[in-house]
Write a protein that binds this ligand. Structure first.
Ligand code: UD1
Length: 430
């Protein structure tokens, strides 16, 4: 069985890593099984990792491969930035050639970025032979809906789901959305959240990060990795086009943070898109300081601006934060599991479970609403909610389902094989 996984942009890496880890675990387990029971003729999974190059900087891509122990991509398409049309079409052209060369059994796409849609769409139309055979398309993080089609990600989600053969859903709301859209139930699997697999796996390792020390957020005598050793601080991320491409919206959100920034430092790792806009808008952060050489003002407050951070540094900052303000989708989920109050500066969320059983509030982008949500969250008691199946096993479930489906399909295509032996976990191997 040959699986090809596509990654392209920053939020893809932590979602794909647990799938690759589960493939490695499958291969180790089955090699051991085949040594013990050679009659099984176990099949290893061959894996190909394709990076589209949608994100290409060290801090948007390279560092994540190190932090998440991801293998070097087998194929790099080097697509880079561009308009949605240019980026999507460039990925499609290059990925078509990859598919025809590699002929995988399964193509795995994750999340909702342009790379996700581009590769799913190409796979849905490729044809390897005169029978029109093509790989199975597996979409990880299927079924999420913001019901706001002005978001490019919403268009990517809907289209990707509707060309996919296996839809791996992270939360129960996703099941309902797919049912309402008429997706056949036999394609849908509620497996949990691979991004949370990564978080649970790397949570302890993130404590080795020295980011708190670098940003002078340790209490006097506090040490990296020690509980309650950090000062009170908030963490801010803003990168969504609807928030940062419009000066008024951007300034409205920043004004909503002023009160908070007077009370405690607000760490703001700035996405490249946002960095560009800040320059274009000529925005100066009154309280702004650069990381490393910032001097806290009299109240120990201010906005601490940094370049985008790697996975482990950011996870460490999230774990110790008093509050997180964000327009990211994934951070709403990560704060839910970490029990950190989160204010989402958007009008909607495609991840309602983070509000229903998590720590998230959807504030919108108006100054007074942002201020109000921050005040409410600061007085909220800390709580940990774990939505169903967010237990670190999503990657393993996904690979299990893919393997079963592959063997079912192969045994239907070939004549009944007397050597087919059902394994304990229900997979059948020839
Ligand atoms: C993309 C995703 C978004 C995701 C976000 C995470 C789509 C439609 N959007 O948005 O869902 O939340 O990634 O970051 O796929 N740039 C760099 N270096 C890089 C990558 C980008 O400087 O490595 C700059 C370029 O100027 C580029 C801009 O950032 O034009 C935006 O990058 P792009 O990939 O188009 O979209 P994101 O805003 O990152």
């Amino acid at each position: 069985m040959k699986i090809l996984t596509v990654v392209g942009a920053r939020p893809n890496f932590m979602k794909a890593a647990p799938i690759i880890a589960a493939i490695n675990a499958h291969n180790e387990r089955f090699v051991a099984d085949s040594a013990a029971r050679p009659e099984l003729q176990v099949e290893r999974i061959r894996h190909i990792l394709v990076h589209t190059g949608q994100h290409y900087d060290e801090f948007m891509s390279g560092s994540f491969f190190n932090d998440l122990n991801l293998p070097k991509p087998d194929i790099h398409l080097g697509v880079g930035s561009g308009s949605h049309a240019a980026q999507t079409s460039e990925i499609m052209k290059k990925f078509d050639e990859v598919l025809l060369g590699e002929k995988p059994d399964v193509v795995v796409v994750v999340g909702d970025v342009n790379s996700t849609l581009a590769c799913a769409l190409v796979t849905s139309k490729v044809s390897f032979d005169s029978d029109g055979s093509r790989p199975v398309i597996a979409h990880v993080e299927a079924g999420l809906r913001s019901f706001d089609r002005s978001m490019p990600e919403e268009v990517n989600r809907i289209l990707t789901d509707h060309v996919s053969d296996l839809l791996f859903v992270t939360e129960e709301n996703g099941l309902e959305n797919l049912r309402n859209e008429g997706v056949s139930p036999d394609k849908i699997h509620f497996v949990g959240n691979t991004m949370i697999d990564s978080l649970l796996h790397f949570k302890e390792k993130a404590e080795a990060s020295t980011i708190l020390e670098k940003l002078r957020l340790l209490l006097p005598g506090g040490k990296n990795g020690e509980a309650n050793s950090a000062t009170q601080y908030a963490l801010l991320t803003l990168h969504r086009a609807s928030n940062v491409d419009n000066r008024d919206v951007f300034l409205s959100i920043i004004a909503g943070l002023e009160e908070l920034a007077k009370d405690c430092p607000v760490v703001f790792p700035v996405h490249p898109r946002t960095q560009r806009r800040i320059k274009e808008f000529g925005v100066e952060f009154d309280l702004g300081k650069s990381a490393g050489n910032h001097k806290a003002n009299a109240q120990g407050s201010g906005i601490i601006v940094t370049d985008p951070l790697g996975y482990l540094d950011f996870l460490c900052l999230m774990k110790h934060a008093t509050l997180v303000v964000t327009d990211s989708g994934g951070i709403q989920e990560e704060t839910t599991i970490l029990g950190i109050p989160c204010v989402t500066v958007r009008e909607n969320t495609e991840r309602p479970v983070t509000v229903q059983s998590g720590t998230n509030i959807i504030a919108g982008t108006k100054t007074h609403a942002v201020k109000d949500a921050i005040r409410r969250q600061l007085s909220r008691k800390r709580e940990n909610g774990a939505p169903k199946n967010w237990d670190g096993q999503a990657g393993a479930r996904i690979i299990d389902i893919m393997v079963r489906r592959h063997y079912e399909k192969s045994s239907l295509q070939s004549s009944p094989n007397p050597h087919t032996v059902p394994l304990e976990d229900g997979c059948a191997c020839r």
